[in-house]
Design a protein around this ligand. Structure first.
Ligand code: F6P
Length: 362
């Protein structure tokens, strides 16, 4: 039986992502215009459900103009798991379980349901809050595109445009100076941004977390390429690549901090190849700015379908894209499994067919 809904909450957690505002807009408009519900924005991830002064009414008027805006009007955080909330008390780190406060505050705020937008971490918390009785639905978000239950997440397409544009721009300098350019893109566990932007940008080498590589193999390939008269090369690196055990001096590579892996690989290539190497780390530029049309549309469809899940009383589920259609999957199925690049996929075979190298063999 469809539940009686008067008011819903919307929260987003984890890193920001182009398209978050489009989901919020889609959900607010579908709730108000389609169902006559009230909508409350929960600020700063689940923090806004722990401290209720961090909430804001969302109306058709108050969200006007947010569709093309990057970031999120609700603010976000990738800390603050209500089940294990770390705070400092008298100079010491103490961990609290605030999940029951979230349940109480749902009642205090008179929220009949909650939409949680996020990546694997946020959606896991959403699933667990659902198990405590909060009527919750999820929307998948990450530029990394590594959630297993959906073909694509919003944010990926925008990040791909940024990364491809950067590779195009770096290509011209590489060509003019005869350099090796190393471009580090995001992708903590999966190499989707590196693979797609590498193919779209015409990279020569693409290094992914899913394909083990050696610096020697990369350099052998770059030497062969130089021997055919190519004076420059483009090497795209996913930030999550697993470095080989030893650097060219036979010493262990240090465990890289975020944004460092491209430099370690660039230095190692320079050491072996004795060529001019330059490194660019794209970092959060990939998460910033206005979402692409594809992401705006996908995010809008996700936001509207999240509202329809609530209207039908289908809680504990996450909206997803399958064969181009918006569907849903249980949050239990949706979390915990990272969608990785399959080294045997047609995408990898396509790249190899046109001479791209993955550092596994030259
Ligand atoms: O998960 C998305 C992502 O952009 C990763 O690619 C990256 O490792 C991480 O977020 C960076 O997060 P932060 O904003 O905390 O530096």
């Amino acid at each position: 039986m469809a539940p009686t809904i008067q008011t819903i909450g919307i929260s987003n957690g984890g890193g920001d992502c182009p398209g978050l505002n489009a989901v919020i807009r889609g959900a607010v408009r579908a709730s108000i215009l389609g169902h006559g519900w009230r909508v409350v924005g929960i600020n700063d991830g689940f923090d806004g459900l722990i401290w209720t002064d961090r909430t804001v009414p969302l109306t058709v008027e108050s969200i006007a103009g947010i569709l093309p805006r990057g970031g999120t009007i609700l603010g976000t955080t990738n800390r603050g798991n209500p089940f294990h909330y770390d705070i400092e008390e008298n100079g010491k780190k103490v961990t609290h379980d605030y999940s029951h406060i979230c349940c109480e505050n749902m009642r205090k705020l008179e929220l009949d349901a909650l939409i949680a937008i996020g990546g694997d971490g946020t959606l896991t918390i959403a699933r667990d809050l659902g198990k405590l009785g909060i009527p919750i639905v999820g929307v998948p978000k990450t530029i990394d595109n590594d959630l297993s239950a959906t073909e694509v997440t919003f944010g990926f397409d925008t990040a791909l445009h940024v990364a491809t544009d950067a590779i195009d721009r770096l290509h011209t300098t590489a060509e003019s100076h005869g350099r090796v350019m190393v471009i580090e893109v995001m992708g903590r566990d999966a190499g989707w941004i590196a693979l797609h932007s590498g193919i779209a940008g015409g990279a020569d080498v693409i290094l992914l977390p899913e394909i083990p590589f050696t610096i020697e193999t990369v350099c052998e390939y770059l030497r062969k390429r130089a021997a055919t008269g190519k004076k420059f090369s483009m090497v795209v690196v996913a930030e999550g690549v697993k470095l080989p055990p030893l650097d060219p001096f036979g010493k262990p590579f240090p465990a890289p901090r975020p944004g460092q892996v491209g430099f370690l690989i660039g230095d190692a290539i320079h050491t072996l190849l004795k060529k001019d190497v330059r490194v660019t780390v794209l970092g959060h530029i990939q998460r910033g700015g206005s979402p692409s049309p594809f992401d705006r549309i996908l995010a809008t469809r996700f936001g509207v379908e999240a509202v329809e899940l609530i209207a039908r009383g289908e809680f504990g589920r996450m909206v997803c894209l399958r064969a181009g259609e918006i569907e849903s999957v249980s949050l239990d199925e949706a979390v915990g499994e990272t969608r990785l690049v399959d080294p045997k996929s047609t995408m990898i075979r396509t790249a190899r067919a046109i001479g791209m190298n993955f550092g596994d063999y030259a």
